[in-house]
Design a protein around this ligand. Sequence first.
Ligand code: NAP
Length: 331
Amino acid sequence: MRAVLSKTAGGPETLVVEDVLDPTPKAGEVVIEVKAVGINYPDTLIIEDKYQFRPERPFSPGAEVAGVVEAVGEGVKGVRKGDRVIAVPGWGGLVERLAVRAETVIPIPDAMSFEEAAALVMTYGTSYYALKDRAQLKAGETLLVLGAAGGVGAAAVELGKAMGARVVAAASTNDKVQFALEMGADNGLIYPSGPMDKAAQKELSGEFKLATGRDGADVVYDAVGGDYADPALRAMDWNGRYLVVGFPAGIPSLPLNLTLLKSVSVIGVFWGAAVMRDPKAHAANMAELMQMYADGKIKPRVSKTFPLEKAGEAIQALGDRQAMGKVVVTI
Ligand SMILES: NC(=O)c1ccc[n+]([C@@H]2O[C@H](COP(=O)([O-])OP(=O)(O)OC[C@H]3O[C@@H](n4cnc5c(N)ncnc54)[C@H](OP(=O)(O)O)[C@@H]3O)[C@@H](O)[C@H]2O)c1
C-alpha cells in the first residue's frame, strides 16, 4: 500500500510517498481501508519534531481518518467487516490501510460522508471539551473566538451557537470573518495579520470590547496565541474564562494582574491527554456531538480536498495560514 512518510524532520516538502507492507490485524485490532484523512495544525508540528508527541521515524502524519473496516482481528466484538468508522490514531493516518484497536473506532452515521467524518473528531472534540468541560460556557454568555475560521476555531463558533452563546468571531482576513459568520457567528472583526506593538494591541483590545459589547467576553477561545492574547484578555468580563488552546502565532506571556482585576480564570486545554485520562467522558462527548450532527446543529466544513500524493500541500495550506474550516486528504 501507499503511505506518506516523514523520514527526516522538516516541513511538508520533506514528506515522501512510498510503498510499504499492508498491515494485518493483531488480536483486538481492525484494519481500516482509509477513505479520508482530516488535516490538523498538529500535522505541521509533528513532522518538524515540534509537537507534544515525537514518533520514531519513519512515521506517517495524519491524526484522524474515516474509512471502511476491511479485516477484523481475533477476539474483536462489536465491529464488523464493512462497517464505516472513524479512528483517531494521533499520527499514522496518511496511508491506504491502517490497523487500530477495535474499541477505539467510532461508527459513522449513514448521513455523514467520509470527508465530514474525517473532519469531525479532533476539531469538534477539542472545542466541545474546551467550551463545555473546561469553560462551562452557558447560554446567553458572550464567546470571543480567535482564529475563528480555522479548524478548531470554526468548530468553536458553531458549538458556541449550539450551546446558546452569543459568538464574536475574530480572524485575519475579511474572507475568514465572512466564513465564520456563515458558520453562525453573531458578529465578527478582522484583526491585523502581523506582529503588533503595544499601541496596536491596545487598539485591538478596544475593537474586541466594542464587538463583544456590554462588559466584554465571558469566554475567550484562543487557538492562535502570539500578540492576540493580551488584547483578548483585556477585553474580558468579570469571572471570564480564558481558554488556552494553541499557539500558531507564538506562545504568549500573560500579565497576571489582569486576571486578578477581572477575576478571570486562565484554563489550559489538552484534549488528547484528556481523552486518554477519561475515555468515558470522551465517549459521552462524542455521542453528544453525533446527536448535534443528526439534529443539524453542527456540520464540519471541508473547504478543500487533496489526493494522497499531495498530502504535503494539504499540510502546507495550514502552515501558510490559508485553510478555512477543514482540509481533507481523500484516498
Ligand atoms: N489544545 C488542544 O487540545 C488542541 C487540539 C487541536 C488543535 N490544537 C491547536 O489549535 C491550533 C489550531 O489548530 P487547527 O488545526 O484548527 O489549525 P488551523 O485550521 O490551521 O487554524 C489555525 C488558525 O490560527 C491562525 N494563525 C495565526 N497565526 C498563524 C500562523 N503564523 N500560521 C498559521 N495559522 C495562524 C489562523 O487564523 P487567522 O489567519 O485568522 O489568524 C488559522 O486559521 C494549533 O495550535 C493546534 O496545535 C490544540
